[in-house]
Design a protein around this ligand. Structure first.
Ligand code: ADP
Ligand code: ZN
Ligand code: ZN
Length: 745
């Protein structure tokens, strides 16, 4: 029998995971020593007995055999939070391909020597109307931060300190000043033996519709019957999905269970958080990128200690180690940000399914435009599907106009606004209603090319074109490289170097030209370098400080602007021109979500979709708000081509300092696949070839793809390739695996 060795970590903490020790597994323990299990091992010079965690099992060891010690015993205590985290890390490593250390670092929070933050609350000292007057006064004096705090306190008598600090972007000093001035008091939790929960007082609960009621009951009934399962809520924006999540979580908490709620970072707004705080008070916590490592660590510790029942956050909140997890909710389930871009390149949906099955928890997915993956599985009965077709209350779905831009040009209209959009914009401005203009692109212009010879200005470090910005700089959006725009073409010397296609800045300028009185806000990656500036623009627009909001995809994400009655999509097909099998899906999602921004109040909305491809099915179905129609057509295409979700795909990206190295490695690795797995029925190999972005930050990129209907076949290929890389002792190349990729490399 072959010897087996266990990789053991004595102190399981994020910053110590690379301190792995190997032990021999004695024969009588081969069955019971598995990743995640606690073991007793002899440690150090005196062979003192310690408890450690097994993180991996291997059949080889790098240590001299005579020096290797043996596992003494398996610890039989119940499954600890740590054990479960290791099991999850091991699963990530096996399913997505990465080192065990990288997987552990994904799952374990960073520990920092830092005091636990005190829980604080902010209470207003004046009445609502006095507070409102004070807010106006501050606004007049341009004391914006103070005004934000006071107007938030006008509607809520008390608010969590951290919520104000993070989501309203207010400095601690500002709050102290307001306290000194007698507008508010900051109270520490310690003084609050019996905190009055906000939820007990002023949450106005809507009467649930029968559809909402039904979904909540079904999900909980399945859970109680021991079939937690996966539930997909397909509901248009504003149909009341969040209310459904709240209802499910509430009853889970009553059963002594906890909940993880994933929301894309960009949709994690103050308003959304407030709804959760109002319902669950101090028992809810939030995790996001503005928290320091120490604060994140504290949230994890609070979860472990049972101090909270609900955690809300983006992807990483998934790894919160609750003792009795009841449900994982994933809102906006179709979002790309649920896929990790760093190894292990895991998908939060798939990982949630795994974690839920380990814990016996339910999974609830929600979206107005479910991913093809989720809907496909629902159609095969793997997920329970629920439809929410209507919005509660008065608001109605918008009227959509599709405008053919080729036709506009024929009629002599060279403006970025079609005649229809222009007249509707005029109409909204005259009625004092708000509009959103959406462009799937950022920067002043796209790439810059020479009209005479066609030379395209490219980044010297990356194989991508530079984008022109208004300040005359050419910028690389991948590595940040900048150069001044030159007067002459570097290739032929012609003076006709021109930018191509409109960007958000140009749209903003066009609005100023065509509607001089309109107040405009622009939101794109350049105006939202910090999370705070993002929220500032949103709240300024919500406060009607502007008539028109211009922006990139980030404006279409889950925000509620009741006064927006017009949404214009300036060039709907820009996202179609990507060589990506998900381009149609992405376009459909963007258009549908953009349309969903119009008319959320009591006034009906209108949507104008401007496009060069009005006949493209993603545009046609989005205009009709017909998800099923789109799905049927798209899934037929995926099935025909063998793309996910109809089959699975593994991208292997090779990154090297020398071009030849990458080429060679690509050939070697694909040869290996052919040799060792050539006989596997239905396994397809595509490549190797240079990646779409052949060079990034001076590193060369090559790629090949494997396709097969069975995910585990691809996992096996990955294992073989990993083994090969290990044995070859690769130095200057990095090999990255990406299953069912969502990016073009
Ligand atoms: P979604 O998450 O699907 O976008 P929300 O749950 O945010 O939808 O609901 C949209 C709006 O409708 C919110 O303002 C919410 O308070 C309100 N709402 C939700 N359910 C009901 C209901 N049953 N009756 C009245 N209003 C509701
Ligand atoms: Zn030229
Ligand atoms: Zn670059």
């Amino acid at each position: 029998m072959t010897e087996r060795y266990a990789d053991v970590i004595i102190d399981i903490a994020h910053e110590k995971v690379d301190r792995i020790f190997q032990y021999r597994i004695p024969e009588e323990l081969t069955e019971s020593v598995r990743p995640g299990v606690r073991v007793h091992v002899p440690f150090g010079k005196g062979n003192q007995e310690k408890v450690g965690y097994v993180v991996d099992i291997s059949e080889q060891t790098d240590y001299p055999l005579e020096k290797i010690k043996t596992v003494t015993a398996v610890d039989e205590r119940g499954i600890s939070a740590e054990s479960r985290q290791i099991q999850i890390a091991y699963w990530l490593k096996s399913q997505y391909g990465s080192t065990m250390i990288a997987a552990l670092k994904t799952v374990l929070p960073v520990k920092q020597k830092q005091r636990m933050l005190e829980k604080k609350k902010v209470l207003r000292c004046l009445s609502a109307s006095e507070t409102a007057r004070a807010a106006e006064e501050c606004e007049r004096k341009h004391q914006r931060a103070k005004a934000r705090v006071l107007s938030a306190l006008q509607t809520e008598e008390e608010l969590p300190y951290e919520l104000i600090r993070q989501k309203l972007n207010v400095a601690a000093a500002t709050l102290q000043t307001l306290e000194k001035q007698g507008y508010l008091t900051i109270e520490r939790e310690a003084y609050y033996r019996n905190p009055v929960k906000m939820a007990d007082r002023d949450e106005i609960r809507p009467r649930l519709t029968s559809v909402q009621q039904h979904i909540i009951e079904e999900v909980l009934a399945a859970y109680r019957a021991g079939r937690p399962g996966v539930h997909l809520v397909h509901g248009v924006t504003g149909s009341g999905k969040t209310e459904v999540y709240l209802g499910i979580i509430e009853q889970m908490i009553e059963m002594g269970k906890q909940a993880i709620v994933l929301i894309p970072e960009i949709a994690l707004t103050y308003q959304t958080l407030l709804r959760f705080y109002k319902r669950f008070g101090d028992r809810v916590s939030v995790m996001n990128s503005t928290l320091s490592a120490g604060e994140k660590y504290d949230q994890i510790e609070r979860a472990k200690a049972g101090e909270i029942d609900v955690i809300i956050g983006p992807r990483s909140a998934l790894f919160t180690p609750f003792a009795n997890l009841g449900v994982i909710v994933i809102d906006e389930e179709h979002e790309n940000s649920y896929k990790s871009e760093a190894s292990p390149k895991y998908h939060a949906r798939e990982t949630a399914l795994q974690i839920a099955s380990m814990c016996g928890a339910s999974v609830v997915l929600g979206s107005a435009t479910p991913s093809l993956e989720a809907y496909y599985r629902a159609s095969r009965g793997e997920y329970q599907l629920y439809e929410m077709k209507e919005r509660p209350g008065e608001s109605v779905l918008p009227v959509v106009h599709t405008i053919d831009l080729r036709e506009e040009l024929k009629q002599g209209n060279r403006s970025v606004f079609s005649r229809k959009l222009k007249s509707l914009l005029e109409d909204r401005l005259s009625r004092g209603e708000q509009s959103i203009l959406f462009l799937n692109r950022r920067g002043y212009a796209g790439f810059v090319s020479c009209r005479a010879c066609g030379h395209v200005m490219k980044c010297p470090h990356c194989d991508v074109s530079l984008s022109e910005h208004r300040n005359g700089m050419l910028v690389c959006h991948y590595c940040g490289y900048q150069e001044m725009k030159r007067g002459k073409c570097p290739s032929c010397g012609s003076p006709y170097l021109l930018g191509f296609k409109a960007g958000t800045e140009q749209i903003e300028e066009a609005i100023h030209r065509e509607f001089p009185t309109a107040r405009v806000l622009r939101m794109d990656a350049d105006t939202t370098r910090t999370k705070e500036s993002y929220e500032k623009i949103l709240s300024a627009f919500a406060d009607e400080k502007a008539d028109i909001l211009v922006g990139t995809q980030m404006i279409v994400k889950g925000h509620d602007f009741p006064r927006v009655t017009l949404v214009g999509v300036l060039a709907a097909d820009l996202s179609l021109n990507q060589n990506d099998y998900r381009a149609a899906e992405r376009t459909f999602q963007l258009l549908t979500q953009a349309a969903g921004r119009a008319g959320r109040g009591d006034r009906p909305g209108e949507v104008v979709i401007q496009t060069y491809q009005p006949e493209h099915y993603s545009v046609v179905y989005a205009a009709r708000q017909d998800y099923e129609g789109f799905y049927e057509e798209e899934i037929a295409y995926r099935e025909l081509m063998g793309y996910p979700p109809a089959a699975h795909m593994l991208a292997v990206l090779l990154i090297s300092t020398l071009q030849e190295e990458g080429e060679m490695l690509g050939r070697e690795m694909t040869e290996l696949v052919k040799k060792e797995m050539g006989s596997v029925d239905g396994l397809q190999l595509i490549g190797p070839t240079e990646a779409a972005i052949g060079k990034l930050s001076d590193l060369y990129r090559h790629i090949f793809y494997l396709r097969h209907g069975d995910y585990q076949v691809l996992v096996e290929a990955k294992d073989r390739l990993e083994k090969y890389c290990r044995e070859r002792g690769l130095k200057n190349q990095t090999v990255q695996f990406d299953f069912d990729p969502m990016t073009v490399y």
